[in-house]
Design a protein around this ligand. Structure first.
Ligand code: SF4
Length: 664
């Protein structure tokens, strides 16, 4: 029997593999044997007919892709990289990569190619949380663990649909509810998560800052501030208190769309709760003010001292299996490595560690900037920017202009593959090994369960082949992912707070390692004066406005059984009864106005493009809002490409659209 871990979402459930069968690991603390429909079907994702199994190449997008050898493909890539200015090269990575893959890519690009243009698709889901954590705590750190919900009295879920996106964690929330946990859900949709809530608040899209500011204001006004904690651990309290004195509560409440009674009902539960966790995902992060939304929520915990205590804290829920590991390694272009930035001292330390003098001192391009940066070479690994970046018509126009697009993927049916000049087949989950960090800092190990398909390779090996061809053999001569992990562990000693060096690679699938426990027990913050920062933020109403022509707000999100665009999960229906890939939730009032019926195909139109979708009439969505899941591959023809100014994360959840009946 082999123990491994699920490679779909940030929960990171333990799995057991025996006699060609996969099941949940009963002794694994997070899931105790339970897995969701995605986890249980991981093996099918290896066997899907949509696997990419051979390297392919073509001169131009007008040509057909032809099978080539690895030698030729790597040769061509190395020549292209050698003859291109480093600032014209970009590496676009993914939260699907294992930590060792991330490490090698980061070392190659930042350490040896001399550019910091290496970023990850986590930019589009978690970067607002990363920036907010750094602003508030001094480092990108999640101070809560999933097990804390059993110690909490109240769980607030803001813009987070755990029932669909973090299924096994959601089951644990239900268990905790049976033991007395109260749940409040803030969401413009009455999601499956909201259905188990003690109180559901149908917040207007884009008003989260107003809501959490109202909470902070009341904490101050009703003397619920933890003065001792603030005195010892928090900056800017007086400033925030004075600012809130001048902010009119009525205006903020109006913007939330909630009634006074609804807010008071919330407040009654909130003020009497001793231990509170506030968890969030894309509803807050994917916004033109994503960082501010995070900060508004974090403020409530710093004011009340409800952080670094069991059952308390602000809890950012990561979506992808190793989004967190990527952040730790340095997979974002705005960090160098192991949570270090581009200050002189950090560059010196990392240069010595990697034995290089090539590190550039300015942040690189983010994933959301790469396509418009007139790059000459773009390497895209295990992700599908043509599908997932906002404003897809523009994305398609831009990617066509990049002379060399290299796609490294385990699957052959991404939308990006239509724009690739070279495609390299990567080993998927189950055909490779390596580590990942889940949403609460637990480092686990994916094990190799079956032989690697004949012409596929783990990502780190692919990056290493490129590095060796470029002449960097001394720095890239790893023989296993274990060797890479051990070098990464050594590197974490350069950081002020990472303790990954205490983990033992060989034990990780049996004994996961949780990093950062000391930070919590010592209540440490990592700003200059070692205190956390409060930030006064306001809703600047910067998202796209609705109009007579585009009167509805489109929000997007996951569905339970599907993984992103469905490359892994859109399996034959005979095998699995998965939820539909495509539907458009519409309030009955709007459906009536347009004489729409369930399952009718409609056009959804924004100023940027239009798509077709299938009507799902439901009371569960506000009248001013519609919802289309991200498993509809066309949804980003509609979305706007406004970015948060600090995190550069897109505003996916606030696009103005209209609906048209077809043949009307
Ligand atoms: Fe996998 Fe996430 Fe489902 Fe657990 S909840 S089985 S980690 S997809």
């Amino acid at each position: 029997m082999i123990k491994s871990v699920c490679g779909y979402c940030g929960v990171g459930c333990g799995l057991e593999f025996e006699e060609d069968k996969l099941r949940g690991d009963v002794v694994y603390p997070i899931n105790e044997g339970k897995v969701c429909s995605k986890g249980v079907s991981e093996l099918l994702s290896i066997q899907t007919p949509t696997r990419l199994l051979r390297p392919h190449i073509r001169e131009s997008l007008h040509d057909e892709l032809k099978i080539t050898s690895w030698d030729n493909a790597i040769d061509v890539i190395a020549k292209k990289i050698k003859t291109t200015n480093s600032d014209k090269i970009g590496f676009y990575l993914s939260g699907q990569l294992l930590t060792e893959d991330y490490y090698i890519a980061n070392k190659l690009v930042k350490g040896f190619l001399g550019t910091n243009n290496v970023d990850t698709n986590s930019r589009t889901c978690m970067s607002s949380a990363v920036v907010a954590h750094k602003k508030a705590f001094g480092i990108d750190f999640v101070p809560v663990r999933m097990e804390d919900i059993f110690k909490a009295n109240l769980l607030i879920l803001a813009g987070a649909n755990t029932a669909e996106a973090h299924v096994v964690f959601h089951n644990n929330i239900k268990k905790a509810k049976k033991k007395g946990l109260k749940i409040i859900v803030l969401d413009p949709r009455l999601t499956d998560t909201a259905k188990i809530a003690d109180l559901y608040l149908p917040l207007k899209v884009g008003s989260d800052i107003d809501f959490f500011n109202l909470v902070s204001k009341r904490i101050i006004e009703e003397n619920l501030v933890d003065e001792k904690f603030i005195e010892e651990n928090v900056n800017n309290y007086e400033l925030l208190r004075n600012k809130f004195k001048r902010v009119p509560a009525t205006k903020m409440l109006k913007r939330t769309g909630l009634s006074k009674e609804q807010f008071e009902e919330f407040w009654e539960i909130y003020k009497d709760s001793e231990n509170i966790i506030s968890a969030w995902t894309m509803g807050l992060n994917q916004s033109v003010q994503g960082v501010d939304k995070n900060l508004a929520l974090i403020n409530t915990h710093l004011l009340s001292g409800k952080i670094y205590k069991e059952g308390n804290g602000p809890f950012s829920l990561t979506g992808q299996p190793n989004a967190m590991g990527g952040r730790e390694v340095g997979g974002l272009s705005t960090m160098l490595a192991v949570h270090m930035g581009f200050e002189k001292e950090s560059i010196k330390k990392v240069s010595q560690f990697w034995d290089t003098n090539k590190i550039d001192n300015k942040p690189g391009l983010t994933a959301t900037q790469m396509l418009s940066a007139k790059l000459d070479v773009l390497v895209i690994c295990h992700t599908d920017p043509v599908y997932h970046l906002p404003n897809r018509n523009k994305v398609e126009r831009l990617i066509k202009k990049i002379p060399t697009v290299i796609e490294i993927n385990a699957y052959d049916n991404s939308e990006t593959s239509n724009f690739a000049h070279i495609k390299l087949p990567a080993a998927p989950w189950g055909e490779k090994e390596g580590t990942q960090t889940n949403l609460d800092r637990t480092i686990t190990k994916q094990e190799k369960l079956t032989r690697t398909s004949i012409d596929c390779k783990p990502d780190w090996e692919i990056f290493q082949l490129i590095a060796q061809k470029l002449g960097f053999k001394d720095a890239f001569n790893f023989e296993s992912s274990k060797e890479i992990f051990q070098e990464y562990q050594e590197m974490t000693k350069l950081s002020s707070h990472m303790d990954m060096h205490k983990a033992n690679y060989d034990d990780l699938s049996n004994e996961p390692f949780v990093w950062g426990k000391d930070i919590v027990s010592k209540k440490e913050f990592f700003t200059k004066n070692k205190k956390a920062n409060l930030h006064f933020v306001q809703n600047k109403l910067m998202s796209e406005k609705t109009s007579l022509k585009y009167p509805l707000i489109l929000v997007t999100g996951r569905t339970r059984d599907q993984w992103h665009s469905g490359t892994k999960t859109n399996l034959p229906k005979t095998l699995l009864k998965f939820k539909d890939l495509d539907f458009c939730e519409i309030n009955p009032t709007n459906a009536k106005k347009l004489a729409l019926e369930n399952d009718e195909i409609i056009k959804v139109i924004s100023i940027r493009g239009e798509i077709k979708s299938k009507v799902l009439i439901t009371e569960n969505i506000r009248e001013d809002t519609i919802f289309i899941p991200v498993s509809n591959r066309d949804v980003n023809y509609l979305t706007n490409d406004l970015l948060d100014k600090d995190s550069l994360q897109p505003d996916y959840n606030h696009s103005a659209v209209r609906i048209e009946k077809i043949n009307s």
